[in-house]
Design a protein around this ligand. Structure first.
Ligand SMILES: O=C(O)CCC(=O)C1=CC=C[C@@H](O)[C@@H]1C(=O)O
Ligand SMILES: [Mg+2]
Length: 367
């Protein structure tokens, strides 16, 4: 790949409504938009999904920017690659910093697909023509009930709620009373410990599709102990950051489902490897969201076209969080489904006018 340069932009936009978990609220989203241009004028887009502070993972926008600028981009400039599959080896001299790596690596995948003139989903082996949309609702009960009703009317296929020991049994049972057949799952973001086994067992009565990351954000041992005592399938999110984590978690019986986030695992190549392994082990996967902008959502849409993504992901339309997204066309959900874009690469263009409005910093690195 004959790369001419890389542009990094930091964008900042308020959410339409705050996104709240027991760990805090996100009211404004910062992200890094990566543009990799080759000498024929093709441009690949990536998005760094680290948050402004390290509440979800250890990375932040600033640490990602530092790693991109001072390590990953110089490595790419110095050594080059002929295919994005080589990026993970190229970046392996930099430990972790997965969201920074994924931001650049996904841009290289988009660029590659554009050079070949095919949709990114085709390039990675996707098989679906459209994917089901799933949504995350807030944890204020009256509001959540209203939101769920609205999303069901729009045909959404699955709803996820956030829970913690302060807000679980009553919250879930009220939702179940009103929506007995709703495909419902709960994400705990590590709010529990093994001492809460009885509380978590009580959740078995509500027919949840799964409970996401109930225990420690870096644990797979206690999750295995918990899974052996509860019927609800455990899905791991935070504790899966590598292919090896997946292999060990499945081996130990720590989970029955895996949430794949491209940023958390360091790129589309690693996400695909994890997908392929899960398929071989009969473990269903779904695409996690990061309250992200359209570029990252578009990469998720391509990823979720792989055959092992049998559970609807956290993939909703641009209007879920944004008054106006940074891509055009915006991502839309029709009858609960998102159609695979047909254009080359991610199939969405940057909305340059919107980018100008929300960019707070930018820098170009020439090769
Ligand atoms: O992107 C979305 O629509 C929702 C994403 C979402 O639920 C999450 C994003 C980031 C951190 C979280 O608390 C949560 C998750 O853990 O999956
Ligand atoms: Mg989660």
């Amino acid at each position: 790949m004959d790369i001419k340069g890389v542009k990094l932009s930091i964008v900042k936009m308020p959410l339409k409504n705050p996104f709240t978990t027991h760990l805090g609220s996100v009211t404004e989203r910062e992200a890094i938009i990566v543009e990799v241009e080759d000498r024929n004028g093709f441009i690949g887009y990536g998005e760094g999904v680290a948050f402004s502070s390290p509440w979800y993972t250890e990375e932040t926008v600033q640490t990602s920017y530092h790693v991109l600028k001072n390590f990953l981009i110089p490595l790419l400039r110095k050594k080059g690659i002929s295919h994005p599959e080589e990026a993970s080896l190229l970046f392996s001299s930099v430990r972790r910093n997965h969201m920074a790596k994924a931001a650049l690596e996904t841009a290289l995948w988009d660029l590659r697909a554009k050079i070949e003139g095919i949709p990114l989903s085709n390039l990675i082996g996707g098989t679906m023509e459209s994917i089901p949309a799933g949504v995350v609702v807030g944890n204020n009960l009256p509001e959540a009930l209203k939101q769920i009703e609205g999303y069901l009317e729009q045909g959404f296929k699955r709803v996820k709620v956030k829970i913690s020991p302060e807000d679980d049994l009553h919250y879930i049972s009220e939702i179940r009373k009103q929506f007995p057949d709703l495909p419902l799952m709960a994400d705990a973001n590590s709010a529990y410990s093994l001492e809460d086994v009885d509380r978590l067992k009580a959740l078995d009565d509500f027919g949840l599709l799964m409970i996401e990351q109930p225990l420690g954000y870096d644990d797979i041992i206690d999750h295995a102990k918990l899974q052996s005592q509860i019927k609800t399938p455990i899905c791991l999110d935070e504790s899966i950051v590598t292919f090896e984590d997946v292999r060990k978690a499945i081996d130990l019986g720590s989970c029955k489902v895996i949430n794949i986030k491209i940023g958390r695992v360091g790129g589309l190549g690693e996400a695909k490897r994890i997908h392929d392994y899960c398929v071989s082990k009969g473990i269903p996967v779904w695409a996690g969201g990061m309250i992200e902008f359209g570029i990252s959502r578009a990469h998720n849409i391509a990823l979720a076209s792989l055959p092992g993504f049998t559970i609807p992901g956290d993939i909703s339309g641009s209007d879920r969080y944004w008054e106006k997204d940074i891509i055009q066309p915006e991502i839309t959900v029709y009858d609960g489904m998102i159609k695979m874009p047909e254009g080359p690469g991610i199939g969405f263009k940057l909305n340059t006018k919107r980018m100008k409005e929300v960019t707070v910093f930018e820098e170009i690195f020439e090769f």
